[in-house]
Write a protein that binds this ligand. Structure first.
Ligand code: MN
Length: 231
């Protein structure tokens, strides 16, 4: 097959302990999936999970031990951090039950759902899509994927984000409103999941703005931490 111009490079993420990389198919994100974060955004109660997407090439992959550089994006004056546990899908499927979800998971990573909050809020107010607030270039910094067998018991792991050495977000994965398995069940009812899909599972409370020069360190117990400098 030939193309009218060279096809773009495949977006990919490093895998801990392997030379092979994880090729990204899609990036799904869950909205308001921790109660205290839902409250800080002005919502209460358990609602069915809802999803939005980022382009696959919005990933900003960072190797173990490295510090990634994220350029401060255009159009915003309120760039927010959202630390998230990311699920990497290894086996696709549709209508996957929560009980069967684990066998579809390749591994886990630490990710940041970076958000142009001022633009997202304006779109919310107008009932318009969130894409400009959520799906911009390099809006998905992500550390190496830890294969499932090496990741330990992720469901009770602590999750945290420090900015310039100061705690901004600190919670536990067991506070997810919809846990990983339930999220896969809901998501796979709406889309056929494919190997290479990434699921950003939602952020706990404490989201706030970052500035140029800030150093962000995100951690989920049992996974490789993620370091990002805003430039
Ligand atoms: Mn998020």
């Amino acid at each position: 097959m030939s193309f009218v111009f060279p096809p773009p490079a495949i977006a990919s993420v490093p895998v801990l302990g392997k030379n092979e990389r994880f090729a990204v198919h899609r990036i799904y994100c869950v909205g308001r999936n921790y109660e205290e974060h839902a409250k800080e955004m002005g919502f209460t109660g358990r609602e069915p999970p809802f999803f939005f997407l980022k382009p696959a090439d919005a990933v900003l992959p960072v190797d173990a031990g490295a510090t990634g550089e994220m350029p401060y994006p255009s159009l915003t004056k309120n760039l927010h951090h959202e630390i998230e546990l990311v699920v990497a899908i290894g086996i696709g499927g549709r209508n996957i039950s929560a009980a069967d979800a684990a066998r579809h998971i390749y591994g886990y990573a630490v990710g940041l759902d970076m958000t142009r909050r001022d633009l997202q809020n304006e779109m919310k107010k107008q009932g318009r899509p969130w894409s400009i607030g959520k799906g911009f270039d390099l809006s998905a910094p992500i550390g190496p994927i830890t294969p499932l067998a090496q990741a330990g018991d992720i469901h009770r792991a602590g999750i945290s984000l420090q900015v310039n050495g100061v705690d901004r977000q600190r919670s536990s994965v067991d506070k997810l409103i919809w846990n990983v398995a339930e999220t896969i069940e809901h998501l796979s009812a709406a889309w056929e999941l494919q190997p290479g899909d990434l699921i950003f599972t939602g952020t706990p409370e404490g989201v706030a703005a970052v500035e140029r020069g800030d150093l962000l360190v995100g951690e989920v117990d049992g996974l490789t931490s993620l370091r990002i400098k805003i430039s």
